[in-house]
Ligand binder design. Structure first.
Ligand SMILES: NC(=O)c1ccc[n+]([C@@H]2O[C@H](COP(=O)([O-])OP(=O)(O)OC[C@H]3O[C@@H](n4cnc5c(N)ncnc54)[C@H](OP(=O)(O)O)[C@@H]3O)[C@@H](O)[C@H]2O)c1
Length: 269
């Protein structure tokens, strides 16, 4: 498993992590992923999966990087502190590696939310601060609201069919040492084997899968992580697909293959 630096923290995280939205696979797939080096697990207070993540990492907490999120519904100072404590309880751990604001919410001053995030760092309850679904203006606001800590990541949708962040979010993140965590990297499974095989886009993906001896899911994930600051967090309920998704790392698409995919999957702007 290839590793990438989280922001400019010096901490290395795997380029393929494990998503858990609508996850119903029990502990086995997550543990298999951890054993294969996909040791970053993403969850959220809103997913209802923090307990199963806690169970899966029990006995191997020191090898796992846990990322969870406070819901964007209420980002008031005290509520953020309470939400983190509740997540810790459900995860059965005494610290969260990466705590992310799930959605921006302009009803709450960014300064207030980020003050709570920094308090959590000061108390040793979280290690790093991240955001999710933030545009460039919102990231700028978050960065200026933080007093003593960097913004290390932004979790955003990114896959061959959803490339809007290439325009401004990715370049901004590169300039500011922010890791892009690509969510829905398989476009909810539609980029994996057996789906929409009739489309021209899928034909290009299948052609490159054939050339590389990989599956279309592995090619789609490798395309995502070909950006220097991009990691991806596919979700699978099954052990077999989790193992397959981990096999998206450890090799690289040739630049020409990446260009061919870029061309086949037109940008949506
Ligand atoms: N921050 C946010 O707002 C936000 C929003 C959405 C998602 N996320 C995060 O990103 C993670 C991943 O995104 P996602 O769950 O939306 O979509 P995804 O990972 O793109 O796709 C998941 C779907 O693909 C299928 N799949 C996975 N691997 C496969 C493979 N190798 N071959 C065939 N099918 C495969 C899964 O089915 P099986 O489970 O049956 O294998 C599932 O139906 C989430 O779990 C969550 O952690 C964050």
């Amino acid at each position: 498993m290839e590793l990438k630096e989280l922001g400019a923290t010096g901490v290395m995280v795997p380029e393929i992590g494990l998503g858990t939205w609508r996850y119903r696979g029990g502990t086995r797939p997550l543990r298999a992923g951890i054993d294969l080096g996909a040791s970053l697990i993403d969850t959220a207070e809103g997913y209802g999966t923090e307990e199963i993540v806690g169970k899966a990492v029990s006995g191997r907490r020191d090898r796992v990087f846990i990322a969870t999120k406070v819901s964007g519904r209420d980002l008031g100072h005290d509520r953020v502190l309470r939400a983190a404590e509740d997540s810790l309880e459900r995860l059965g751990t005494d610290f969260i590696d990466l705590y992310q604001v799930h959605w921006p919410n302009s009803r709450y001053p960014m300064k207030e939310t980020m003050r709570a995030m920094e308090t959590l760092i000061d108390r040793g309850l979280i290690r790093y601060i991240g955001v999710s679904n933030f545009n460039v203006d919102e990231m700028e606001e978050a960065i200026s609201a933080l007093r003593n800590n960097p913004l290390v990541s932004n979790q955003v949708i990114y896959n061959l069919n959803a490339r809007g962040i290439e325009e401004d979010v990715i370049p901004y993140c590169v300039r500011h040492n922010i890791t892009v965590m690509a969510y829905t990297p398989l476009d909810d499974g539609s980029l994996a084997d057996g789906f929409r095989t009739s489309s021209g886009k899928m034909a290009a993906l299948e052609e490159i899968a054939e050339e590389t001896g990989k599956t279309t899911a592995q090619v789609a994930l490798n395309w995502c992580t070909s950006g220097e600051n991009v990691i991806a967090i596919p979700k699978s309920n099954t052990l077999e697909r989790t193992v397959e998704n981990c096999g998206a790392s450890g090799w690289r698409l040739a630049p020409e293959q990446k260009e061919r995919l870029d061309g086949a999957f037109e940008r949506d702007w």
